[in-house]
Design a protein around this ligand. Sequence first.
Ligand SMILES: Nc1ncnc2c1ncn2[C@@H]1O[C@H](COP(=O)(O)OP(=O)(O)O)[C@@H](O)[C@H]1O
Ligand SMILES: Nc1ccn([C@@H]2O[C@H](COP(=O)(O)OP(=O)(O)O)[C@@H](O)[C@H]2O)c(=O)n1
Length: 209
Amino acid sequence: MIIAVDGPAASGKGTIARALARHYGLPHLDTGLLYRAVGLNLLRWGGDPDSEFAAVRACDFAQIDFDDPELKSETVGGLASRISVYSLVRETLLSRQQEFARQTGGAVLDGRDIGTVIAPEAEAKLFVTASPEARATRRHAELVRMGKAVHYDDVLLDIRARDERDMGRSTAPLLQAADADLLDTSDMTIDAAVQRAIALVEARLQRSA
Ligand SMILES: Nc1ncnc2c1ncn2[C@@H]1O[C@H](COP(=O)(O)OP(=O)(O)O)[C@@H](O)[C@H]1O
Ligand SMILES: Nc1ccn([C@@H]2O[C@H](COP(=O)(O)OP(=O)(O)O)[C@@H](O)[C@H]2O)c(=O)n1
């Protein structure tokens, strides 16, 4: 079974995807980390994020430690959002994600285009969202926990800028797949959001049985 979890920044899609993976005993891929790794390479190598050529060259994970906390920084997230508009970058990262999705037994993937581009055949699709303010509050708390001195207003601006870029790009824009279930987590605790996600997946599985 493939479960696709898409949504904007800090909506809780990663938290939900990890919980679904645990619940169903499936492997999980956070596809945002691939785009973030490209951004981190550019930062380290002094590559120009305005150059599609440089961004494609940075699609190289040989020196990337996917547990590196720097991947989670807002600088790297911003770079990821900028280079993710390039269709050649998206093409370069496509097969890795599709192979993960199509492995025997299935998988859970989260990102922006899992249900629309990477695995349109997924048995269950969730589009996880929350208000920009709720998302900024969560991301701000997360960054403060990581010891970063950031202002809420800057985090909110960053979230809005990323939404605009992710939704406005021509290749694989962030959008809810026609057959995805919407899950708005603005007023939900993590536990409530996870329980709702499991219920939505179960309902899908029963409908397709
Ligand atoms: N429903 C929720 N209520 C409160 N905080 C949440 C909720 N869902 C996720 N979080 C927290 O918000 C932050 C971002 O969640 P995450 O799952 O990483 O989002 P995304 O993968 O969409 O960027 C994390 O610190 C996470 O613990
Ligand atoms: N499948 C994906 C995943 C991420 N991305 C891009 O990568 C950036 C970082 O993704 P992420 O999922 O790690 O970001 P957060 O939602 O955790 O803030 C996003 O802003 C997107 O622009 C994408 O284009 N397609």
